[in-house]
Design a protein around this ligand. Sequence first.
Ligand code: R5P
Length: 327
Amino acid sequence: MRNGDRKPVIVVCRGAEYLGDGICANLGVKACPTTVVKFDSNENLLVTIDKSVRGDDVFVISPSCPPVHERLFELMMTIDALKSASAARVTAVLPYFPYARSDKKDQPRISITARLVADMLVTAGVDRILTMDLHSPQVAGFFPRNIPVDVLKAVRLICEFWRKRDLDNTVLVAGDAGEAKEIGPYASRLNLKFAIVDKRRPGGNDDKPKAVNIVEDRDAPINGRRCIIVDDEVSSGGTLIEAANFLMERGAASVSATCVHPVLGGNAIPRLTESIIDELVVCGSLPTAEKSSAMPKLTVIQDPVTRLIGDAIGRIHRDESVSELFL
Ligand code: R5P
């Protein structure tokens, strides 16, 4: 889509101001005015786009944080309203893809809900998706080929953060086998060896993972080393805490952690605060303001993430390569 001098139009859904304000500033635009009403009587929403978007290239930023289902429905209604208002193209910007962990049928009679979310977005009329670090890369394939999915990667930003620290005698640790496929780029950017924790969920769907084994690099064993656990998201904190305890029992000198998506739900903040993890570094793909003030050992990489998403929007709008942002 060639846009001439027309600027992208940014719609910031409720709760996405932590990204929307910076993205608009980065792109030199004002957020498109919208109104969202929630009716007390039946909890229905009413979304209104408060200016003409006819022929515009529109990006809708949605936060995917609680209340998750209301946010999701607001996003669907916003896309639907924009398409009805003759927007030329609508891109859903979902830094954290809702239900991304529900990406397979690993139990009988369950919904592959990430695919359902994709189907709903398509039905609402979305033209493109911009997201970041999917739990499983194949979720991008839940969209038909006429709906491109750009998946940003936080690895460069996270490694820029850690490179400023003293990384002597440090080893990276994949929090589970799923992360084992993702940790390589972290290790090569930081020039560190890595280990992999073998995590199981013996209780099925509960949030009590169990670390049962570890695969170590013979040149960089855990014993006596500082460990940085790497994971795509921290939700209840159970995976990180279990892995940290497991590493300390095996002689680790200390344990820090770094994750892309700070879901940090339920009692994750007090649990992580009390845990032996000395620092948790996350990206600002989800809102963290209240969480940061409640948890001094939480560090949020916010401005670089906001810039990355803003840059990606600018490049998509101008039909330029997005993958160059990963270098
Ligand atoms: C799971 O496969 C993911 O990579 C994370 O390890 C998981 O989502 C973390 O969840 P929690 O913090 O609830 O253990």
